[in-house]
Write a protein that binds this ligand. Structure first.
Ligand code: SF4
Length: 393
């Protein structure tokens, strides 16, 4: 099932549903503006008098509404929920209102820079440090392409950035092209990034077709876990994946596509970062950027902790060496998911605040740190490692 991620969820206080139906719509809050056929009217306590007929759904903060409104909603089968805290909702959010089970799913949060569309849970690799578990990736949940397209068509034309991810999005085959077509036509000003393992790009015919459908402003982000197949394939746990990914990235790169290469750092590959950098310099000198990424400890990464976890302290020298190599060769390079106290000060300018807000944690000692306002902190999932101490600057 498609899921769109953002930080928090609306809270239903009592939750009394009228009419058992689902609709996806744009939020119109405490007002009467907007195209009624695509909007859900959200009314706080003091704004009930702004109720107007014609919207596709309604959310009321009131736990009771007058019988005239109730009758209108019931007679017209319009999904509505009463008793919802409305402070959460913003104009232009996109939500799915399911009055059958009294739920409101937030599909797009208008004030969030990190709106992510998860188009499938399935993947054709099984990376040893994947933050999803194998159980999540192997049970197929139906993706509704129609629902994703409806969402995309409702997102504000001013949306700055959208990430398309999975699982592995290319497994949707033609369905992905339908989604990309919708991105292209509905959101021509938006920067897109698609996270993929790149294996499908091994096939020339697929690459050609993909390029025809992808929106103009799209970065294709692909992980390279090793400089040789033995290392890469042992991390993806998928024989032949190195050959497929490297061939795919090469083809996209040589066709001038915006390629971001991601190197997820683990105990298995940290001693080979300079070799990976050399491979990138050799084969993909025009890569859009390279990101070295510290691990999130969830899913497979937890199951395989003894094989993959490495203290951030131990990564420093190798990360610095590989970053310098890339930068000296004109390739933009960034460090993701690193607290600043684990990075050489000379590399702070390439250290990104990349952990999403809902996952960032700081240690008690961070309160004394002079750079806390600039620092991206730790993943919540790594806080249990006692050796991962904060080192206030
Ligand atoms: S001590 Fe805390 S705030 Fe300071 S750099 Fe380290 S993690 Fe960041």
């Amino acid at each position: 099932m498609m899921n769109i991620m953002c930080k928090s969820r609306p809270r239903i206080v009592k939750g009394k549903a009228i009419c058992n139906r689902k609709v996806i719509g744009k939020v119109i809050k405490n007002s009467k503006s907007g195209k009624k056929e695509e909007c859900i009217q959200v009314l706080s306590h003091d704004y009930l008098e702004l109720f107007e007929e014609g919207y596709i759904g309604y959310i009321f903060e009131n736990e009771e509404i007058n019988t005239k409104i109730e009758k209108y909603l019931i007679q017209n089968f319009i999904p509505s929920i009463l008793g919802v805290k409305t402070g959460f909702f913003l104009y232009d959010d996109v939500i799915e209102l399911n009055s059958r089970v009294d739920s409101i799913a937030l599909l797009y949060k208008s004030d969030c820079y990190e709106n992510t569309i998860v188009v499938t849970n399935q993947c054709n690799s099984n990376c040893i440090m994947c933050p999803d578990s194998i159980a999540i990736r192997s049970v197929r949940e139906n993706v509704s392409i129609k629902k994703i397209k409806t969402l995309l068509s409702l997102i504000s034309k001013d949306a700055k950035f959208i990430c398309i991810t999975g699982g592995e999005p290319t497994l949707l085959e033609l369905g992905l092209f339908e989604i990309l077509d919708e991105c292209k036509t509905s959101l021509f000003n938006t920067q897109f990034i698609m996270l993929t393992n790149g294996r499908m790009f091994y096939y020339k015919s697929y690459v050609k077709e993909f390029i025809k459908h992808r929106p103009d402003n799209m970065i294709i982000a692909i992980p390279i876990h090793g400089h040789v197949s033995k290392l890469h394939d042992s991390i993806t746990q998928s024989k032949g994946s190195f050959k497929q990914t490297i061939t795919g990235v090469k083809m996209l790169h040589d066709l001038g596509e915006n390629i971001e290469i991601r190197v997820v750092l683990s105990k298995m590959n940290y001693l080979y970062l300079a070799d990976i950098a050399k491979l990138i310099i050799d084969k993909f000198p025009n890569a859009f950027r390279v990101n070295f990424m510290a691990m999130e400890m969830l899913g497979n990464a937890v199951v395989n902790e003894s094989k993959v976890w490495i203290d951030l302290d131990k990564l420093q020298i190798e990360v610095a060496k590989a970053s310098r190599l890339l930068i000296e060769n004109g390739i933009n390079t960034y460090l993701y998911n690193f607290p600043m106290c684990y990075v050489d000060e000379r590399l702070w300018s390439i250290t990104m605040n990349s952990i999403s807000e809902n996952k960032i944690r700081y240690r008690e000692e961070c309160k004394e740190c002079k750079v806390i306002n600039k620092c991206g902190g730790f993943f919540g999932s790594t806080m249990r490692f006692k050796s991962l101490k904060a080192k206030p600057i």
